[in-house]
Design a protein around this ligand. Sequence first.
Ligand SMILES: Nc1ncnc2c1ncn2[C@@H]1O[C@H](COP(=O)(O)OP(=O)(O)OP(=O)(O)O)[C@@H](O)[C@H]1O
Length: 696
Amino acid sequence: MDSKYASIGREKPKITNDLTVKRLKLCVNNANTKKDKEQTTNGATNNNKLENNFPKENTEDLKEARKSLPVYLVRTRIIEEIKKHDTMILIGETGSGKTTQIPQLIHEYRLEGKSCVAVTQPRRVAAITLALRVAAEMNTDIGSIVGYSVRFEDVTSPRTKVKYLTDGMLLREAVTDPLLKKYSIIVLDEAHERTVNTDVLFGIVKLAQKERNGQKQNPLKVIVMSATMDVDSFRKYYDNCPVIYLEGRTYPVTIYHSKIKHEDYQYAAICTIFQLHTTTPANEDFLVFLTGQEEIETVMSNIKQIAKETVGPQIRVCPLYAGLPAAKQLLVWKKTPPGMRKIVLATNIAEASVTIPEIRYVIDTGVVKERTWCTRTGAERLSVVPCSQAASWQRAGRAGRTAAGASYRLYTATDFKCRRQHNIPEIVRCPLTSTVLMLIATGLDPGTFPLIDTPPKDSIHAALLLLKELGAVDNESNPKLTVLGKKMTAFPIDPKYAKILLCAPEYGCLEEALSLVAVMSSENVFHTPLHKREDALKVKQKFISPLGDHITLLNVYRAFCKAPLKKQWCRENYLNHKNLSYAFDVRQQLLLVCQRLNLAVSSCGNATDQLLKCLLSGLFTNCAWSRAGGRYVTSAGAAASLHPSSVLHGRSANPALVYTELLHTQRSFLINVSVVQPQWLQQVAPEYARRCRSNR
Ligand SMILES: Nc1ncnc2c1ncn2[C@@H]1O[C@H](COP(=O)(O)OP(=O)(O)OP(=O)(O)O)[C@@H](O)[C@H]1O
């Protein structure tokens, strides 16, 4: 072993028993119909205090639990290493105690001095639950010594010494404080995730450290952590910094691979759930990885249906995905009564960092929804792809945290071995407009900024061009932020959407623009169950505007706000209550930013032209022009059709449209589309109109 690689701790991890599962059989017993007495937990709470859903544990028990963690057992060695090095990489098994213990130890040994230790997380649910857990372990209120900061929510105080925050939030802090002077130690956790934000943050922190440590004033320590990261790339990036391997885990996790290849992973997941459900004790909960909200809702309704006809403990099914309001996400942590099984259906947001205490079995479908982006056309491709080996290990690591567990992989061992080892960094496959804007706002040059993996040159160029056309920067070659651009950075949303809000006072429609941007920031608000499709479409008619999807969405949102019994009203109108409530929350937050910027909040009433022009002022690059046969061509020259979900689908063609998204599946589709007048483009974005005329 390289002498730079230290190894601390106990025996090797026990996570790699490769066993195989037999062909799964669905266990349904019609003779023993059991009513699912549990009313769904979805939206069952109007209690917005997040911590109320988080189980409270006895302080003495928590102290004992801490003492058994591998990290705790070697704490003095770890502290010595942290004292010795400015930067280090720490690799430790999932559940070994990296994220909850290292920041606490730093504070116990007062290594943070007079300032604070920041611990970044790629996802908000992880940042919140970790802070709650650590506050409980330290027997302190959340928001005092231990706090968290996530988009739209800052639960910290001047006393805070250990702060969990999303990497997006730390990036936003870097805009006003590029040297991150508030922190003496920054822990970059879950480094393997390779989101755009994490990758950019690595660079920001590296530059801040170089500057601060060079001046020998207020030096900064950096600790990079993960269970499954690509150590060589990171080590090279951080100038061959030392790597500490921490061995040992608290409980073993047995891995089972499917013997056969499954054509339908949802079906295989349901079969596995019921096979385990009928053969394991009720207090052993399940965590199932799926790819998105719609899939989770389908599987959830199947489980509830099958459970009615199956012998076994009562079931509570809990969804967990990014679009779910935070208070509802935390219902996953609420304890079930004895004799009831919890089945958590989650996207990859539950893949890293989180501990859901009673989870004993992970059911890993082995897939993830991944977005890729085409620089030339602006089309996004959303596809379900096999997840990396690192992701599979992380998923398995959600079991075995408070007792021994197992992970059932619904793919074969051979399939696993053929998969890529690590995630493809998001930075090489996603649009970079927000990132480039943030870098410029922080005073950094996007062209020379140090990144672990360099994005395609085209992506940076496309981002700079768009920012120039949005009026956020003055030019593309040596970009400086304009006054408008500076205001855009105040909004935690895509610069195109921020531009819509900033232009809205000019069109007298900020009330409506806020509602529309909030709904567009949420997942689909329409709920169209397959077996009630006709009914749902009939009910939808009353909201439909002949001008298209945006005004239709606004009609839905306005009606939702007026409805006294919102949940019932949503049910009757085939609308998704969760997503509309989320939009409501987002609108409140955006309104606060608008008020801070002194924007005039007026309403255009039914003057929809004003609102659509305003929409176009942010989305002018998203225009499509009519062609023969009901087809359209976008300003960037991509041929596309209206998505069947659009209210304009099947109606006569319009000369010009504005769309929210261009999605490529088997074909290219325009999603969320409205009718605009062709001459409006010239009025709202004359420079862009001239440039794209050649494509029409
Ligand atoms: N909310 C919680 N409820 C119960 N136990 C918890 C909770 N959070 C943490 N723990 C306990 O602390 C252990 C360590 O958790 P921690 O998140 O620090 O591990 P980690 O090494 O960072 O894991 P990962 O790499 O998966 O993020 C867990 O395995 C579990 O035993």
